[in-house]
Design a protein around this ligand. Structure first.
Ligand code: APR
Length: 168
């Protein structure tokens, strides 16, 4: 089942139990601003140590760590493409972020996962185009998860995702 909510992803799993939250990281995996900064802040210093041990993550791929002080047990870190106008395979890269995050969750037997709008902040990916890619991947993997959450931070994201979900 796919759910669209507006929340700070670091607060899940209070009411909405999720096994993993997804982080929109950069290739160093050493933290940053946006949702990456919020997740590292909430998870505590052990997350940075665990990420450092991973030695980075190429764009489009995904890595998993424990959630440490986060309510969610796991964090799946994925690196979105920097938007360059759509001429550098950004769409394929973004789709790979979702697909690889889902596959990694399945490899760990996870049944619920929450995503931020990967790539649409600092990396500048147009929100509606990114949401379409995200929703297509969510529909593809929906049969294999108990719960997939599109965790929107802003009102605009919430509106876009709700429109796409309603289109069926
Ligand atoms: N919960 C949910 N979503 C959030 C939160 C939060 N606490 N904070 C930010 N977001 C949303 C933003 O509103 C945006 O829609 O996450 C989406 C992704 O934005 P960014 O966090 O800027 O990520 P991205 O565009 O993928 O850029 C990644 O930014 O923070 C750095 O280290 C990160 O270098 C990397 C780059």
């Amino acid at each position: 089942m796919i759910e669209v909510i507006q929340a700070d992803i670091t607060t899940l799993d209070g009411v909405l139990a999720v096994d993993a939250i997804v982080n929109a990281a950069n290739e160093s995996l050493l933290g940053g601003g946006g949702v990456d900064g919020a997740i590292h802040c909430a998870a505590g210093p052990e997350l940075l140590a665990a990420c450092r041990a991973l030695g980075g993550c190429p764009t489009g791929e995904a890595r998993i760590t424990p959630g440490f002080r986060l309510p969610a047990r796991w964090v799946i870190h994925t690196v979105g493409p920097v938007w360059h106008g759509g001429t550098r395979h950004e769409a394929e890269c973004l789709a790979a972020c979702y697909r690889n995050s889902f596959e990694l969750a399945l490899q760990h037997g996870l049944r619920s996962i929450a995503f931020p709008a990967i790539g649409t902040g600092v990396y500048g990916y147009p929100k509606r185009q990114a949401a379409s890619i995200a929703m297509a991947a969510m529909r593809e993997f929906s049969p294999r998860f108990a719960r997939i959450i599109a965790c929107c931070h802003g009102e605009e994201d919430l509106r876009i995702y709700r429109e796409l979900l309603a289109l069926g």
